[in-house]
Design a protein around this ligand. Sequence first.
Ligand code: AMP
Ligand code: MG
Length: 466
Amino acid sequence: MNAQFPFDNTYSTLPSQFFHKQKPATVTKAELIACNFQLAKELEIKLPSSGLELIFSGQMIPDGADPLAQVYAGHQFGYYSPQLGDGRALLLGELNTKSGRYDIQLKGSGTTPYSRSGDGLSWLGPVLREYIVSEAMHHLGIPTTRSLAAVETGDKVLRETVLPGAILTRIAKSHIRVGTFQYFAYNKDTEALEALYKYTRERHYNETKSISEFLSCVINAQSDLVTDWLSVGFIHGVMNTDNCSISGETIDYGPCAFLDNYSPSKVFSSIDTHGRYAYSAQADVIVWNMAQLANALLPIVNNDEDVLNKFKNLVHEMPNQIRSLWLKKFGKKIGISKTKPSDYKLISNFLNGLASRNEDFTISFRKLTEEPEYLKSIDPDWFKTWKNRISGEPDPTSIMAKANPNLIPRNHQIELAITAALNSDFDLFHRLNKALKSPYEKTLEYSDLEAIPTEEEEVFKTFCGT
Ligand code: AMP
Ligand code: MG
């Protein structure tokens, strides 16, 4: 049987300055690491019983695919880069499924006109990292791109050392970024910007009737997303506007990491020297990114005062919006179904306690869920106030159990999985993927994965992995 993908490509019908059509590079010897068969089924893809490594390394292009690299720009660490784009990725096409339209993309498939000085390749580490973390995010219930497959290419990739090459097959609602809008706005290509706006609105926010409603939907989606991240201790690491998806999915897992001990100023990324994308800074940065989107839309607003005022209000209101989502989500983490503004202090005091005692974010919330009495001796005042506050809640434990995961993809486990994989041992990689499918469950089988790293295991820095 040949592979059958429900392709229905629309991005390729946009004007030619949106992309460059090309085929993936030839690889030496593709070998399948993982295929997410459950996801393939959800996407209505029919896969053959053999040859998956050829499909997911781009050596066999399925019928209906029309590979292309998308162009975009973006602010990287606050500075505008006028020309980015898929430098190491290719969109194979779009899948039109009952549950919606999805891009299918190969990441690490060779150079494109947008590669700048890069080699267009990925090494094994970032491919495994993105596979594990994006799938974990999905199972945590957080909007994200997903991973359909990972293959080794048999080629060597030169980084600080020589490393094995790999390709990730990524699924996204689309790969349209804030930076895609910026590219056309900064190039003063108003016609293309208008075409992009119409295309994106129809694809993601079909229900909207005006450009300010469109902006409002993106702002809502991003506010929701970032507060989701905060609620599980996730640090994206490179919230550049080119890594900020219009659909509101988490995209571009580079130096991302989850908090172990709670520290609001925590940064893992080796390139984030000033902490621009630190854990708690993410709530501010997303407002800045949305202001850049509003700015990029201006050329098609035609100085309409009413729209300009709406844009201004939307961006100015965003911090409040984020604050109330934060309150709602963190309220659930301490067992409150309907928060009041005064709960902000109660939640903050709990977090301050974690910071001052250097305690693990995930374990502490889980402990509060399962055996809250432990706090009685550690922080009796907080415990008393909290008990009082939740006394009217019929079932605080079940609220908390749904808001406080037991398992997160811990940095040290990911590093251990990558190190083992470099020695051809993929057991931990597969085990992590399996365990992280049910992050809110507590099982004996995976209890070792709940633990914080030992001193030797602790990860201090993460890398972009380009
Ligand atoms: P990132 O910070 O990983 O989102 O990447 C920023 C830009 O650099 C994007 O345009 C990528 O396509 C490009 N890029 C990253 N790594 C490579 C690579 N190895 N080869 C070519 N382009 C790359
Ligand atoms: Mg990127």
